[in-house]
Write a protein that binds this ligand. Structure first.
Ligand code: PMP
Length: 399
């Protein structure tokens, strides 16, 4: 076995989830997905495709109809270059995670230096490690004062200082899992200009682009590198159907690439998965075409979930938490509860509450807990906070 594979960390979120195996009474907020089933009309499109006998291989880069639908969707959100412009820059991938891995396979040589902004979804670090890169992390900092105390914020100067001509790739995920941090367009411009000077690739994970609550952009979506970059910039943007269309289990995403890279990524897709399943692509095409029936209501519901959970958590003694600006996670710490992995396991066993430990996302996030608030029934969130409160009370009394 390759050394890096042997060294890959097992998922700490799984480690906590294993504590609750076989327990139906645990309220589970540990994984990054909504508990809402994919809308019926999307499922129907997959069924119709299978009934029509679409059981064969397809184009490496994805069905033409799907790429056209993604192009129209992208055109609608970003920069008005025309639908035709986007089609030559798209690769349909087997989930966002596969798209990110393909980007790493395309760009990263063994021994290259990769910079990752952390806390981050662990896969973003692991993928470059698998390619044999040396990964350096640039941690967000926790704001300690003011109305947004507990928010994780970017030290732009520290990030730019960490990116040198030796840096092959910067990996940045905003809106961020787990912190809810988002990048401003001005920060994206500074990062892009700096990376143009150093010759560094930017791999922008924008899978939470639509799950944005700040109301300060014309399209309602989070600021995107696609809005500031030119087509030939060294920028790859990763997207997914998982979050905005409630399709986590379908395993479908896409990359937006500089045109010169598209065919190379197509070759790599051949050797990884060959293509995404056709019936899944048919479902995704319909999801995009009728996206207005899904995403806006989902975002409003998530806003409601956030606005239900965050004040309740903040009212608990010792809890530090800033309202997340994007994504679907509340990321918080509890004073005196610093061993978050142990706390998360105890919460499962003793309180029936399933959260993810911050240490899964970076060493700086040790002591923090992530709560995925994408819950169809918001009373589950209220119940979860009650369980946490009772556990804290019992714990503080030493019982
Ligand atoms: N990026 C981030 C930051 C994520 O949190 C996730 C899913 N948890 C993904 C990418 C990948 O999502 P998927 O593979 O389901 O498309």
């Amino acid at each position: 076995m390759r050394h890096v594979v042997e060294q890959l960390a097992a998922s700490r979120i799984r480690e906590v989830a294993n504590e609750g195996l076989g327990r139906a009474d645990v309220l589970k907020f540990w994984f990054g997905e909504s508990d809402e089933v994919t809308p019926g009309f999307i499922r129907d499109a997959a069924i119709a495709s299978l009934q029509a006998g679409e059981t064969f291989y397809a184009h490496n880069l994805g069905l033409q109809e799907l790429r056209e639908a993604i192009a129209a969707y992208t055109e609608n959100l970003h920069r008005g270059r025309g639908t035709a412009h986007w089609i030559g820059r798209l690769a349909v991938t087997s989930g966002g995670v596969n798209g990110l891995m393909l980007a790493a396979q395309t760009l990263v040589e063994a021994g290259d230096e990769v910079v990752v902004v952390t806390p981050a979804w662990p896969n973003l670090v692991a993928q470059s490690l698998i390619m044999g890169a040396r990964v350096t992390s640039v941690p967000l900092r926790v704001q300690t004062e003011g109305a947004r105390a507990g928010a994780w914020v970017l030290d732009l100067d520290a990030l730019l200082a960490a990116i040198t001509p030796a840096t092959r790739m910067l990996v940045v995920n905003a809106p961020n899992n787990p912190t809810g941090w988002t990048l401003s367009a001005a920060e994206q411009r500074s990062i892009l200009e700096h990376c143009r000077r150093t010759g560094t690739w930017i791999l922008a994970d924008e899978v939470y682009e639509r799950l944005y609550f700040a109301d300060d952009t014309p399209n309602g979506a989070a600021p995107s590198f696609l809005d500031v970059a030119d087509p030939d910039d060294r920028v790859i943007v990763a997207h997914s159907f998982s979050k905005s269309f409630l399709m986590t289990g379908w395993r479908l995403g896409w990359l937006v690439l500089p045109p010169a890279l598209t065919d190379a990524v197509g070759k790599l897709i051949e050797y990884n998965t060959s293509c995404a399943p056709v019936f899944v692509q048919r479902a995704a095409t319909v999801a995009l075409q009728r996206g207005n029936e899904v995403t806006p209501a989902l975002v409003e519901h998530l806003r409601h979930c956030r606005d239900t959970l965050v004040p309740l958590l903040r009212a608990l003694p010792g809890v530090t938490l800033a309202e997340p600006l994007g994504g679907m996670y509340a990321f918080f710490r509890i004073e005196g509860q610093d061993d978050c992995l142990a706390v998360a396991k105890r919460l499962v066993r003793e309180a029936g509450l399933g959260l993810a430990p911050g240490s899964a996302f970076s060493p700086e996030a040790a002591g923090w807990l992530r709560w995925c608030f994408a819950s169809r029934d918001t009373s589950r969130l209220v119940q979860g906070v009650e369980r946490l409160e009772r556990w804290l009370q019992a714990h503080q009394q030493g019982t």
